[in-house]
Design a protein around this ligand. Structure first.
Ligand SMILES: [Zn+2]
Length: 424
């Protein structure tokens, strides 16, 4: 039987990719003076998915969507009944997003299918590029909606009932804005892929700082979000002597500094108090109550649990010393997700083929890959973000780095296909 070349048996040519041009087209959808606002199932989001479908069809890939609103472009493999090697990211943004967070990985996956074509590579598995629905969680109060449904972490009935700030449900928004595209077939269920690889901008400063252009992700950090409420006593700013006060804001400030020091001491962990509400928030009134939200992350569960302990013990100490009451409650919690060691090795090998140095690093930000990892081996690659900027309109990655990332992703997909074929 005639066996055409499989990825890696030949070395792939470095090809110019339409990635920068396509990202520029997407950046026009939802553009505002503060960045890009392409929240899930907005008109701009629907237009972005339609563009993805249009590019995929122009390249003759079969396009399908699932009931969660995820869109797939499929390139056939030698064994078409086999599970797919899947690659992609999300097209939605935060309300003040940039052009690369998410969109880059979705479009790069499509470009990678085209590069496999241009190189005449036949894979064993079908390869699919996916645009996940609603990773950011900036419209409905849950992140990774599409990939979470795909991986069976959230059921569709629960997701359908979620409401945005205006009381519009996920199901209602999807119906109203062509969330399920009219001319795209809807597939049954959520077929489990053979493996998954996601390319993303780093959204942090590490690659730039280390002077390398590619990173292989070791794990996606676990995260705990807590609400901390400090109850002191309100009073007149002019009449209550300093030694008789139970100031909720001074107590909160002491706790914030203590938690910052604890995170530094624990190491390889980050902690942020980014949200503070002061009651009654008046210049001439001693603050009687303060609400803080704490976000703590680490790829190491032991460190994450040490951070939680530090929050609880810090709150108890400040409460005792300052005579205030402090209550803590967990808002959201998720475990760290390790990337698959074999897929990581395949990605590292693919990068070596390019002759490009790379480092390994953890991801402090959450990604669709952490959901997909629940059902299939998953890996991630990063390219640099200038200044570590992300979730802002002036997010930037150099065009050469975007191109290099696509080349690395194409080779990674071919290497993962080889790896998963050998295992059978
Ligand atoms: Zn993202």
């Amino acid at each position: 039987m005639d066996r055409p070349a499989s990825g890696g048996e030949v070395s792939l040519k470095l090809l110019p990719s339409p990635i920068t041009d396509r990202l520029a087209q997407l950046a026009a959808l939802g553009a505002t003076e503060h960045g890009i606002d392409r929240r899930l199932f907005s008109a701009a989001d629907a237009a972005a998915r339609r563009l993805f479908v249009q590019w995929a069809r122009a390249a003759k890939y079969a396009v399908e969507q699932d009931r969660a609103g995820n869109v797939f472009a499929r390139r056939a493999g030698r064994r078409d009944g086999a599970a797919a090697v899947l690659s992609g990211s999300h097209l939605d943004t935060v309300p003040t997003g940039g052009p690369y967070d998410g969109a880059y990985g979705a479009v790069a996956a499509l470009c990678a299918l085209e590069e496999l074509d241009a190189n005449g590579i036949v894979t064993e598995h079908p390869v699919e590029a996916v645009a996940w629905a609603g990773e950011e969680g900036s419209r409905f109060p849950l992140g990774c909606l599409g990939s979470g449904a795909f991986a069976g972490l959230n059921d569709l009935a629960t997701i359908d009932a979620l409401c945005d700030d205006d009381g519009v449900s996920f199901a209602g928004a999807r119906a109203a804005t062509d969330g399920l595209l009219a001319d795209v077939p809807v597939r049954d269920g959520f077929p489990v892929p053979a493996g998954y690889v996601e390319l993303h901008i780093e959204q942090g400063p590490v690659l730039e700082h280390r002077g390398v252009r590619l990173g292989v992700v070791t794990a996606i950090a676990g995260q705990v979000r807590l609400a901390v409420e400090v109850y002191g006593e309100s009073g007149h700013a002019g009449t209550v002597p300093m030694n008789l006060r139970r100031d909720a804001l001074s107590s909160a400030a002491e706790l914030v500094l203590e938690l910052e020091a604890a995170a530094k001491e624990i190491g390889e962990a980050v902690l942020t108090v980014g949200h503070l509400t002061v009651f009654p928030n008046q210049t001439n009134v001693i603050p009687g109550r303060v609400l803080l939200r704490v976000d703590a992350r680490s790829v190491d569960e032991a460190r994450l649990s040490a951070l939680r302990d530090a929050i609880v013990s810090g709150a108890a100490r400040v409460a005792e010393q300052r005579g205030v009451r402090i209550e803590t409650s967990v808002i959201e919690q998720r475990r760290a997700v390790a990337m698959d060691p074999q897929l990581r090795a395949a990605v590292a090998e693919a990068i070596a083929e390019l002759g490009e140095p790379a480092i390994e690093l953890p991801s402090g930000a959450g990604h669709d890959a952490m959901c997909v990892a629940a059902v299939a081996p998953a890996a991630m690659l990063f390219v640099p973000s200038v200044g570590g900027r992300s979730h802002v309109g002036n997010e930037y990655t150099a065009p050469e780095d975007l191109q290099l990332g696509v080349a690395a992703l194409t080779r990674s997909i071919a290497a993962i296909d080889r790896l998963l074929s050998k295992e059978r």
